[in-house]
Design a protein around this ligand. Sequence first.
Ligand SMILES: Nc1ncnc2c1ncn2[C@@H]1O[C@H](COP(=O)(O)OP(=O)(O)OP(=O)(O)O)[C@@H](O)[C@H]1O
Ligand SMILES: [Mg+2]
Length: 458
Amino acid sequence: MKLKTRILIIDDDEPGRQIMELLLKKAGFEPVSAGNGEQGISMVRNKKPDLVLVDLFLPDKSGIDILREIRQVNPELEVVVITGHASAETAVKAMKEGAFDYITKPVNFEELKIVIAKAIEKQRLMSENFYLRKQLQERFRFSSIIGDSLAMQRLFERMQRIVKTDSTVLISGESGTGKELVARALHHNGRRKGHAFVAVNCGSIPETLLESELFGHARGSFTGAVRDKIGKFEAANHGTIFLDEIGTMPMHLQAKLLRVLQEQEVERVGSTKPIKLDVRIISATNVDLEEQVRLGVFRDDLFYRLNVIPLHLPPLRERREDLLPLASHFLDKFCHLMGRQMMTVSKPALDALERYRWPGNVRELQNVIERLVALTEQDVINPADLPSEINEASRQPSGVCIELLAEGIDMPVAIEKIERKMIEKALQMSNGVKARAARLLGLNRTTLVEKMKRLEIS
Ligand SMILES: Nc1ncnc2c1ncn2[C@@H]1O[C@H](COP(=O)(O)OP(=O)(O)OP(=O)(O)O)[C@@H](O)[C@H]1O
Ligand SMILES: [Mg+2]
């Protein structure tokens, strides 16, 4: 997907064309240009412009021919005609051939900008219908999940294989990487899609309430239980239950959950009557559950029951290829939602987005873009519009290098210093859990342990 509106200028008057290119560039468009009709048509084909400005008097093709040929290549492309010989006759002819509008030479740039805005608006309205229809279809397809990176492509393949099954799935990944989105996609594409998808965030419900929330309770089973209540498991019967932040579940509930999974029936709190269940279980965690098992805070038998099919969502910083398509997707989405003309991101701003580490992953990116669309006045996003942490991050690497050079430190020592700093930071960020720190660093656990030994980090 392109981020800027690409405008093709077809005109044999070279100086005029160059000035137009410059002005269009300044106005935030991406101009491309051709000096004759033949080249122009081939650029319509190869460069896929969003709009064409064409001089009707070209040396190699008549204006009407060129309009027809553009139509043939792309019937939806809007064409604005520029003519030095403004006779009512040529203008009418051009409009009959489907030109969007015409302007006369010498071109008044302000007038041209208004015509361009109108043409883009028309295309937006036409594509909006298409967009809304597409959104309805996409809600239940993986295509609502953006991901060009190899890691995401592998994930889609795996999802495709398990979507029609009832297998229990455990989704792992940092906060904001799209775990719930994946869980919903599995449900909405599977056999259970006509039934409920019930999400429970085990981490946000107070421990004392979680049990009755999950399994329900019988009247009088505890103070305040004034009537029978069905739990989330029963509510999800025939559908899917999504147990989010499963790693926070207290030990005694882990035991009860394990029983529910084994027996496929649930007992409400304070009742001994078992209720048969048919529920698909998808759980998610942003902590390393295997490490929790090693630390003795998560039952290993429950872990194996939940982890039948593991799906891992890598953090955004480890799949840089997804950044641009995601940014473009969110820009598209929020411009449509807020009824704005499609915005573009300048190259330096894009560079800054690409260099940032995105600790909050896709959710953070989505929030940043939403804010940009809401608050940026002009249609081009520049580095100055970005949140300060993103701009600062993009300056950091060279900052560190300058510091080291200024200190007169040679490279092997510097590398060791950076290694130490990164390892210490990663350990701190992961509360000393080595497996997690290793993942942050992009190392496997044994390599991390070896490095820690060598650098004498305890
Ligand atoms: N690949 C993606 N394509 C499109 N949108 C995405 C993608 N990944 C995440 N999002 C969007 O980002 C937001 C966060 O995703 P989601 O809630 O699924 O993350 P999560 O992993 O469950 O986070 P948390 O652990 O904080 O609950 C959602 O609005 C989701 O639609
Ligand atoms: Mg979530």
